[in-house]
Design a protein around this ligand. Structure first.
Ligand code: E4P
Length: 217
């Protein structure tokens, strides 16, 4: 399972990278705005900075909602660095643009996916990644993890290459449940990744080992 961090915060990306388990980064316009990154030039420079920190895929989202605009923006983003994955919204023109980019060998991430039917279309269009938003489904009392299971079954039935990128992961149990179901990738905050480290018995056990060592020395 690949681990992506879902942030535009360079310090957090560095911290996750330093752990040695990071496979990539996802961003979106809201995450960029949260870091105060605005204006085309600054956004482009920020993507370049992220690509310098990590070795894996970096999702960069288009703002256009029409086919021509998405193609123009996506081509410019993809030209920045081979690590860039063009992130496209799950709308009609987004699917057309996904097919266009996949035919050209440019990596894509179809985002804002909330149903198995949408995920099926993204795979048919050759998406590299499909991003079902599990946290946002949970927010409206719908089982986000069930969507991951449905997509897993459909993709396995037809051997689609599209990777299931569980997005809108909010906490550590989401990560573990996605791993059990067989999501190919998860993207979440640093806290969800670091939460995997923690167990009170580890801390208690380590404290005892160190105390016993001191007794004998
Ligand atoms: C994924 O690519 C999205 O950027 C992200 O996971 C959305 O998460 P949120 O629902 O916590 O905003």
């Amino acid at each position: 399972m690949k681990f992506f961090i879902d942030t535009a915060n360079l310090d957090q990306i560095r911290e996750a990278q330093a752990l040695g388990i990071l496979d990539g980064v996802t961003t979106n316009p809201s995450l960029m705005a949260k870091e105060g990154i605005t204006g085309e030039g600054n956004i482009i420079n920020h993507y370049k900075a992220i690509c310098q920190i990590v070795e894996g895929d970096v999702s960069a989202e288009v703002i256009s909602t029409d086919f021509d605009g998405m193609v123009k923006e996506g081509e410019a983003l993809a030209a920045l660095n081979p690590q860039i994955v063009v992130k496209l919204p799950m709308i009609k023109d987004g699917i057309k643009a996904c097919k266009y980019f996949s035919d050209k060998g440019i990596k894509t991430n179809v985002t804002l996916v909330f149903s198995a039917g949408q995920a099926l279309l993204a795979a048919k269009a050759g998406a590299t990644y499909v991003s079902p938003f599990i946290g946002r489904l949970d927010d409206i009392s719908t089982d986000g993890l069930n969507l991951i299971s449905e997509i897993r079954q459909i993709y396995d039935n037809y051997l689609f290459d599209t990777q299931i990128l569980a997005a809108s992961v909010r906490h550590t149990m989401h990560v573990i449940d996605c791993a059990k179901i067989g999501a190919d990738v998860m993207t979440g905050p640093l806290s969800a990744i670091e939460g995997l480290l923690k167990h009170p018995l580890t801390d208690i056990g380590l404290a005892k080992f160190l105390a016993d060592y001191k007794k004998g020395n």
